[in-house]
Design a protein around this ligand. Sequence first.
Ligand SMILES: NC(=O)C1=CN([C@@H]2O[C@H](COP(=O)(O)OP(=O)(O)OC[C@H]3O[C@@H](n4cnc5c(N)ncnc54)[C@H](OP(=O)(O)O)[C@@H]3O)[C@@H](O)[C@H]2O)[C@@H](O)CC1
Ligand SMILES: Nc1ncnc2c1ncn2[C@@H]1O[C@H](COP(=O)(O)OP(=O)(O)O)[C@@H](O)[C@H]1O
Ligand SMILES: [K+]
Length: 516
Amino acid sequence: MPLGPYPPELLTTAQMARADRLTIESGVAGMALMEKAAAAIAAAATAFLVKTAGRRVLVLCGPGNNGGDGYVAARILRSQRFKVRVAALTPPDTLHGDARLAATSWDGRVEDAATCDFKGVDLVIDALFGTGLARDLDGPTAELILRLNAWREETKQKIIAIDIPSGVDGTSGAIRGVAVQADSTVTFFRLKCGHLLLPGRLRCGTISCAHIGIRSNVLEKIQPQTFVNEPAAWRDALRLPSVEGHKYARGHAVVISGGASHTGAARLSALAALRGGAGLVTLATPQEAFAVNAPALTAVMLRVADGPAGLSALLEDKRKNVVALGPGLGVGEASCALVETALAPSPERRAVVLDADALTSFALAPDRLREAIRAAPGPVVLTPHGGEFARLFHGQRWERTISGAPISKLERTRDAARDIGAIVIFKGPDTVVAAPDGRASILAEASPWLATAGSGDVLTGIVAGLLAQGMEPFAAASCAVWMHAAAADDFGAGLIADDIIDRLPAAWRRLVSIQP
Ligand SMILES: NC(=O)C1=CN([C@@H]2O[C@H](COP(=O)(O)OP(=O)(O)OC[C@H]3O[C@@H](n4cnc5c(N)ncnc54)[C@H](OP(=O)(O)O)[C@@H]3O)[C@@H](O)[C@H]2O)[C@@H](O)CC1
Ligand SMILES: Nc1ncnc2c1ncn2[C@@H]1O[C@H](COP(=O)(O)OP(=O)(O)O)[C@@H](O)[C@H]1O
Ligand SMILES: [K+]
């Protein structure tokens, strides 16, 4: 994962504005923050220009403080003898506050951005809009951005975005009409959710985070609930085998197999649960699939359990502390009944992981699943991909609020977790994990090679393996998503689901080497 590491908290644009305000109220001048932000941008631009022997920079400035950063960066770069042009959306004398001060510190010419050309330019700095973007871009501004992107495409020259590529919504990652395609983005203090959520993430290029004098203690007031899914967020919740430990201390996960012609998916989950660290894993198979499963297993144990009665009997062993089901299970009433058995009240705090067919089976009766989850004796983790999410959470499909603001994958996952009362892992290139209490994590990057048959079954198994060890459920879900991606990352091209399982020990070694 080449992106990161980043500071753990992710902010909305409103939270970032509050961090700025709190800092300014504490006595730091807004202009001092802007100078530092601009210095970070200028340093990134200089590094790029030196490397490519480029000299000519065009800074595109907008009407707010993002534009202010641009004017100051232009001044710094010119003092370093680069050839700098500035083009603005609005004349500098129409600006207010710090942005106006910043614009007056630039004593060069200011061109009209609507008509400016990119001839001979080695690097463009995008200072049009940052966290203050409030609605969709249109008209001459949208045309400018389209022209800029076309120039980049045609000339292969580079664009550095200040804070966030203009047009990307910092909170949701949505594109508001059009957006700049940057090669790198320098943001300040903390990343915003929109840096990691698609499609915003794809517009950012490489992302770096500069310190500009905002102190971390402002976060005590802001209380962010969203985190970058990196070990820093959950490493201290990880359970490692102890010297005096035995396999039962690491938990016993049960994975339920589908019928004779659909057994592979559950076997992937079962093996991944074992590699995920469960002390023991039992594959519960219908009698009809016993002969198919038996020769295909070694370290994973096999027991016959037919239907809800068979599963109940198996779960009488109180040491079986996790049940995972869904992969290859089949859609229908039989699967609903198995899920309800797994979630049935019991004196033990048994955890349940539901994936694939276990979710789709409730598409027409989400209330029934909600009720079963409410009665469950332990934590429940759901691992839907986009299709399963849409089927289960019909009411969550709206992409915008009534006022037109985009509703992000993050908010939809959070709402779903709250609504169903379970931890939800909404899979995809920007996997979001959310807990019913509002905590959420976003994975910064994952190999697209993970989009391969059985890959989700492996994730289900890893979640089960970590829960079996007693890891706190939100941490376990986030950690599983990270390990799954880390295993794929080490492998690279050509990955299939079995390879993810084989690479889990390497992901474990990476984790163990990080001190909590
Ligand atoms: N002290 C600080 O706070 C620090 C802030 N810093 C920097 O400031 C940036 C945030 O600055 P910001 O809040 O001024 O917002 P910004 O992104 O420049 O845009 C607002 C302007 O755009 C306008 N506008 C919005 N949407 C529009 C649309 N669709 N189409 C057209 N116009 C639109 C909006 O107009 P209005 O909505 O008021 O009509 C307003 O004029 C932040 O990203 C960082 O770079 C750093 O220097 C560190 C210290
Ligand atoms: N483009 C992508 N980039 C990174 N990861 C992806 C991408 N597409 C899917 N994934 C990941 O691959 C896995 C696929 O899971 P799923 O769709 O359930 O597959 P299956 O049902 O075949 O097991 C998920 O963990 C998901 O987050
Ligand atoms: K910008």
